[in-house]
Write a protein that binds this ligand. Structure first.
Ligand code: COA
Length: 220
């Protein structure tokens, strides 16, 4: 972060401030939805949205306290932004979840910075998994080595892993020993005008593969 802010793990004590940020930051987005879809459909889908989004962050903090952080002003100690994320190790995808920057502090780069930090965490988590995998794969060859053959030192595999870490941007080690366990980051946002800032910040952080979807409704 820059010298005005720091990040720290989010805790349940931050929830009220996070609730305020949610209300301010999503107001223009939900306002636009309400205008475009009409009151009735909006209420079906998003009545009580500030409380519901806050409750969702609360559940995330209870279940995955390690995967959320807040950005705090160094001067005032006030929380300026929050972000949640998750790792799907089965698919090898890191997922950016709910996040927002306080209304008056948007457009200063805080959002982009949070996304970059989270993407770095995904990369590191993926590397750790890969290194662990290599260490595990290495063991049988030590146990089953030929009689009289020089034991290949465990370190050799560590070195392989180190080499792979340094070239891990390509996702594959030079000798093809393993691939990174987390290869992609994913985030979901809307295509409406109120979410232009979010799309811009995600793209600035490096999200560059776009999947477009539309949800239709019909009054029956
Ligand atoms: C999305 C969000 C977290 C981004 O945080 P932020 O600190 O404002 O992001 P940044 O300052 O890093 O970048 C925002 C970029 O969008 C641009 N932007 C903002 N509003 C824009 C608009 N209406 N049209 C075009 N660009 C816009 C900014 O100019 C900036 O780009 P730049 O640096 O090239 O000028 C924040 O806008 C937010 O809280 N939005 C509401 C909640 C939300 O949508 N959360 C994401 C969940 S999907």
């Amino acid at each position: 972060m820059d010298d005005r802010y720091r990040i720290r793990p989010a805790t349940e004590a931050d929830l009220d401030r996070i609730g305020e940020i949610i209300r301010q930051a999503w107001e223009p987005i939900f306002g636009l939805h309400q205008e475009s879809w009409g009151e009735e459909l909006f209420d079906v889908l998003y009545a009580n949205w500030p409380e519901n989004i806050k409750a969702s962050v609360g559940r995330h903090l209870a279940e995955h306290p390690e995967s959320a952080f807040v950005v705090e002003s160094l001067e005032t100690g006030e929380v300026a932004a929050f972000i949640t994320y998750l790792l799907d190790m089965k698919k090898g995808i890191g997922i950016v979840g709910l996040n927002a920057v306080a209304a008056g502090l948007q457009g200063q780069g805080i959002g982009t910075m949070m996304y970059k930090i989270v993407m770095d965490r995904f990369r590191k988590a993926g590397l750790k998994q890969s290194v662990d995998k290599v260490a595990l794969q290495a063991r049988p060859s030590h146990c089953g080595r030929r009689q009289g053959a020089r034991p290949s030192p465990i370190l050799r595999f560590g070195e392989g892993a180190q080499r792979s870490i340094s070239t891990s941007r390509a996702g594959r080690s030079p000798d093809g020993l393993f691939q990174r366990a987390v290869k992609y980051a994913q985030v979901r946002t809307g295509l409406n005008d109120a979410q232009t800032g979010a799309r811009r910040a995600y793209e600035k952080a490096g999200f560059n593969i776009k999947r477009k979807e539309v949800i239709y409704y019909a009054y029956l």
